[in-house]
Design a protein around this ligand. Structure first.
Ligand code: LLP
Length: 473
């Protein structure tokens, strides 16, 4: 159990049967071996909502949101400035989830018109909503401005002009941050890294052709446009980051740019956003980033750099997504076909791998296929004394890469009808789900205080047919 989980408000770390990471904070095994989340047994969850289903531990989500808000508020208060935490809705956004975030004092970071619509429908205070994206449409920007959005994070020089024009046409002043890339690359997988120079996001702090760096050009362009108000500078360095050093390096680059801009224009931006990316545990025994430790390190780094540069401290914001919702969610499946397969190892020896098929797969969790992501699964509807065997959990799609858990030890008597749960699927599961093979996307169910409730209902085949123009009677 990590230090972080022991600190979770409202959760007794010593509660009998608690499982610890990577399971949600309230997950425990009952005396008969059944798993419960939020006080609701998985057999009841499956009977009520069917499988596959995403199940969210609401108390855990809220506790993690509070933990990030408190950790950053305290660490930065200690060096003399204030913070804001924006929940990154791309990890998972429903109206209820947006409300939980807002109720715990977080803003919401959106990355499309769709995410923005959910945050607005949830009633998140619009001043605490941000709009990201490397290719926003003018319509998305117009909607955001009409709603009175708190900040638009501009991602290119062309977008500075577009947002300025859309704002001017409406007679409003758009609050903007400029997203910069600092060259810091951090995180678990190449594709997840968003501050590389050779990628599509942001504007580099490094000059490309001897002139001003693209980031400086964008900042100067924002300062010049009367329909734009420059709030600050934004940097997001990657995702599933387990070494906080990258945040410190990026903070230095951003603060240096801020001081340069102040030197040239007299404009000292009030805010610096250091993005999201805080890593979580996916497997038993893995470490998660401790928000208090990161917040302390980053606050000290920000204070040191500002002292060196002789600039006042900025307000600092962050955008965690995965670390708030990832560990709070599990996916509940029902086991179907179980098939022992003889596998020849590289040294020529053979061993048996038990292929355990479940009623979902790469359509509800693309991360193993897309990133080679590792997950942990257990048989959760009952206890078993059977010796564990080497298993691979696979889905029901027409593709051999349709793997849910590459390698896990499951009880040798795992059989059709068993309930199987995969841990830490709360982030980037439902939000990246597809209808591959025309599977219907599972519901999102919240469990807390001994009761469960549907946040997003299961898709039906009728939903799919409703989109097909030639299927209409
Ligand atoms: N802020 C910005 C500007 C971002 O681009 C992201 C994630 C976040 C915040 C939140 O990052 P988090 O705290 O969740 O790591 N689909 C990938 C992750 C892509 C993350 C993209 N940006 C995955 O499943 O691992």
């Amino acid at each position: 159990m990590s230090a972080y989980l022991t600190e979770q408000p409202g959760v007794d770390p010593g509660a009998a049967g608690r499982l610890g990471e990577p399971w949600p904070a309230t997950a425990r095994r009952r005396d008969d071996g059944e798993l419960e989340v939020g006080g609701v047994g998985v057999r009841e969850l499956a009977a009520q909502h069917g499988t596959p289903a995403y199940v969210l531990d609401e108390a855990d989500f809220r506790a993690r949101a509070r933990a990030y808000r408190t950790a950053f508020a305290e660490a930065f208060a200690a060096v003399g400035t204030e913070t804001d935490v924006y929940y990154a809705g791309k990890a998972l956004l429903t109206v209820a989830v947006a409300r939980w975030a807002a109720e715990e004092g977080l803003g919401v970071d959106t990355a499309s018109g769709g995410e923005l619509a959910v945050a607005l429908r949830a009633g998140v205070p619009v001043a605490e909503v941000g709009l990201h994206g490397n290719n926003k449409s003018a319509a998305e920007v117009a909607t955001a401005l009409e709603a009175g959005i708190g900040r638009i994070i501009v991602d290119s020089l062309a977008e500075v002009e577009m947002v300025a024009d859309v704002a001017a046409a409406r007679g409003v002043v758009a609050p903007v941050m400029v997203r910069v890339t600092t060259g810091v690359h951090a995180g678990g997988h190449e594709y997840i890294s968003t501050a590389h120079e050779d990628q599509k996001f942001g504007l580099s702090v490094n000059p490309v052709d001897g002139g001003d760096a693209p980031a400086m050009r964008a900042l100067l362009a924002v300062v010049e446009r009367p329909s734009l108000r420059l709030l600050g500078i934004h940097s997001h360095i990657g995702s599933q980051i387990l070494d906080p050093a990258g945040f410190e390096v990026a903070a230095r680059a951003v603060l240096t740019l801020r001081a340069e801009l102040a030197g040239r224009t007299g404009v000292l931006v009030e805010e610096v956003d250091l993005g999201g990316g805080y890593g979580i545990a996916y497997l038993p025994g893995e470490a998660a980033l401790d928000p208090r430790a990161v917040a302390g390190d980053v606050a000290r780094a920000v204070a040191d750099v500002c002292r060196e540069l002789g600039t006042p401290l900025p307000r600092v914001s962050i955008e965690p997504g995965r670390s708030i919702v990832g560990p709070a969610g599990i996916t509940l499946y029902t086991v179907g076909t179980v098939k022992p397969v003889a596998v020849t190892a590289q040294d020529g020896s053979t061993f048996t791998r038990l292929y355990v098929s479940v009623d979902g797969g790469m359509s509800d969790n693309i991360r193993p296929a897309l990133y080679g992501a590792q997950y942990h699964a257990e048989v959760v509807g009952r206890a078993s004394d059977a010796a564990p065997v080497l298993a691979r959990v696979v889905g029901k799609h027409c593709e051999s890469g349709d793997i849910v858990v590459h390698e896990v030890r499951l009880p040798g008597d795992v059989r059709a009808g068993d309930l199987l749960a995969v841990a830490a699927t709360g982030a980037y599961g439902r939000s990246m789900a597809s209808n591959y093979n025309l599977l219907t996307r599972p519901p999102v169910v919240a469990a807390t205080g001994g009761a469960s409730r549907v946040l997003v209902r299961r898709e039906t085949v009728d939903d799919l047919l409703a989109l097909d123009a030639d299927a209409q009677a």
